[in-house]
Design a protein around this ligand. Structure first.
Ligand code: SF4
Ligand code: SF4
Length: 130
């Protein structure tokens, strides 16, 4: 089990391009994250857990779906760690393990309305269409 999580963590670090060892655990990413109060695993903990190969907990985390893909954490991090890229990599891995796309292009027109910001649509594609 540990080996499986270790391999998954290595894959997630590779596809995200994030070097988790650069994190100095300052918490600035969490402090700047507009969604952290909704998250069960805050951005700085997310980075630590990938570093420690604790992937199973991340895969079932609400944080995957609460993250707004706004990249504020990436802008704020003094060490260039890019927590958002890690979250996205875990999210993509979780979606692939479900073996289905959650948002298909042909379903989009029925979801549109005048109040939907375009950024929400772009964010939804990033989250659900891989
Ligand atoms: S801001 Fe960067 S260095 Fe600080 S805890 Fe977050 S990821 Fe780590
Ligand atoms: S990209 Fe996600 S984790 Fe980073 S600041 Fe935005 S909502 Fe928070």
């Amino acid at each position: 089990m540990l080996q499986k999580q270790q391999l998954q963590a290595e894959t997630i670090r590779r596809i995200s391009g994030v070097n988790t060892r650069k994190c100095m655990k300052c918490g600035k990413c969490t402090a700047t994250c507009p969604a952290h109060s909704e998250m069960d695993i805050s951005p700085h903990r997310f980075v630590s857990m990938v570093e420690n190969n604790e992937i199973d907990a991340l895969m079932s985390s609400d944080s995957l779906w609460k993250c707004l893909s706004c990249f504020a954490c990436v802008e704020r991090c003094p060490r260039g760690v890019e927590p958002a890229n890690l979250i996205e990599a875990v999210r993509v891995t979780a979606v692939r393990m479900q073996n289905r796309n959650r948002l298909l292009p042909e379903n989009i027109p029925s979801l549109l309305n005048n109040k939907l910001p375009q950024q929400a649509l772009v964010s939804a594609f990033r989250k659900y269409s891989k």
